[in-house]
Design a protein around this ligand. Structure first.
Ligand SMILES: COc1nc(N)nc2c1ncn2[C@H]1C[C@H](O)[C@@H](COP(=O)(O)OP(=O)(O)OP(=O)(O)O)O1
Length: 150
């Protein structure tokens, strides 16, 4: 499965979501989701951010790629984007509650276990490739490479 994630960083805060349904429901994450057939990752992350938060990110930049081997669902290749501005007002939808979070207060304890290993890189504007093995929601193995060209 190919998927996307978006992190909008503005005024010392990052716009996260509380995910209401689907994989990772109840967790804090960035907006994102599966790439539809015929879509590019960039088209998909713009659509997912519009659908989940009713906003349009400006000039998303791909900073990372995450490869997940999961015990209970197909492998995921996730394209991770950062944007520094957006149009619209972040609004709760059927899929997500917007959660503006100060950069020093990211709630890693409410996020997937991998996030603490690569989100600081994205916030620092570094590029990265992360590979992870999960058994259920428990991370068993990780490998992170930085300075990747996308
Ligand atoms: C396993 O670790 C993960 N960490 C993080 N940070 N994010 C993850 C992990 N595994 C999956 N994700 C992300 C990737 C996608 O953004 C979502 C899953 O997408 P979902 O299945 O909810 O896709 P939608 O297209 O939104 O689903 P609908 O069919 O409900 O529209 O989680």
């Amino acid at each position: 499965m190919h998927a996307t994630l978006m992190f909008i960083v503005r005024d010392g805060q990052v716009l996260l979501i509380e995910k209401k349904r689907g994989l990772g429901a109840g967790k804090i994450n960035g907006p994102g989701g599966k790439i539809d057939p015929g879509e590019t990752p960039l088209q998909a992350i713009i659509r997912e951010t519009q659908e989940e938060l009713c906003i349009t990110p400006h000039t998303p930049r791909k900073l990372g790629e995450l490869r997940f081997a999961m015990s209970d669902c197909p492998d995921i290749l996730c394209h991770v984007y950062r944007a520094d501005d957006f149009t619209g007002t972040p609004t709760e939808t059927d899929e997500a509650v917007p959660v503006w979070t100060r950069l020093e207060e990211i709630p890693y304890q409410r996020m997937w276990e991998d996030d603490r290993h690569w989100l600081p890189l994205l916030l620092d504007e570094q590029t990265f490739l992360g590979k992870f093995v999960f058994e259920g929601e428990r991370m068993l193995w990780k490998e992170i490479t930085t300075g990747v060209r996308w």
